[in-house]
Design a protein around this ligand. Sequence first.
Ligand code: G3I
Length: 348
Amino acid sequence: MKYLTILCILLSFTSCREEEPGPKPHTLKDAFSESFIMGVAVNKAQYTSEEIEATNIVHKHFNSITAENSMKWQYISPEQGKFNFSDADTFVTFGDTNNHKIIGHTLVWHSQLPEWIHSITDSATLRNIMYTHIDTVAGRYKGKIHGWDVVNEAFNNDGSFRDTIFYKYLGESFIEEAFIRAEQADSTAELYYNDYNMTFEGKRNAVISMIQTLQEKNIRIDAVGMQGHWNLEHPSIEEIETSIIAYANAGVDVMISELDISVLPRGENPYEQELPEQIENQLSERYKSLFQLFYKHRDKISRVTIWGVHDGQSWLNNHPIDGRTDYPLLFDRNYKAKNCVNAILNIF
Ligand code: G3I
């Protein structure tokens, strides 16, 4: 009887231990290792380890990197017919050596194009140049890139086509052509469409219809990137959720590809010295709700990438006006993890 009692106590202790949650993860990549890839955008100082404190954060918390600028057309081909791969090569070697999944950003985008492209005024020349660019760039890194942002920001918020040089001379089919060419150049890479304001109904419908067109023509598209340049209130969690579900229902993976949360009222610069505690708490809550949502939909989401390592680096310090002090990222200007990081890790 005594032995039976002891056995019962031991059994209940064991089952009780099994129900306890595991230890809280210490890093973002560990927290979501079973859910999705955890990425970050890096700049040159970070992938050359010149800004070593930031590089250390990249290795500790993330398992994927996107070049914030170094793979853009403007930098890779500043002169017509010539390619300069020195920075992009360093970036890819850094990712490869450190076992990060490397995201190629971006092959066809109307912004950050070299000046010379704008002198082209006929479709045959532009098509030839777009094909050569995709072949050369995606071909060079064949087998090393986890996924390419093949086409970036082709639609307006209402779903109409953005008036770009590609649309002007090649028409709607430039998207299909780019995806076909990227598949031919590197069939091992995933292929993505990437855009902001992907929660807007007009843009969402246009992107879904583009996905369907590609699928009907057997042109591969693996995922869409909802960039995620958001603020403390907008878009709402419900709006984001509706869109994640809608894109997933169209048969592609969803990525949050450029996440940052601006805390500044548009056009103002009220927190030059420091971020008030109340706003910092709001930011933590916002990040927590977002990651709860991403975790809930981890069967649909393949990657979440934060658009920059630390607040000092963020493009939002110069947008929409120069010289602001924004606090949109997870690490502060002294490379310290902000409360947001704990708020996210505390989900577990
Ligand atoms: O290259 C020049 C350099 O020569 C000069 O010394 C320096 C001085 O300001 O400027 C450099 O260019 C800047 C470039 O970033 C590299 O630092 C540009 O002025 C600046 O406008 C550019 O901003 C980038 C922006 O894309 C351009 O559109 C941001 O860093 C980058 O975060 C941002 O990223 C985009 C994504 O690619 C696509 N989705 C939206 C996202 C935010 O705009």
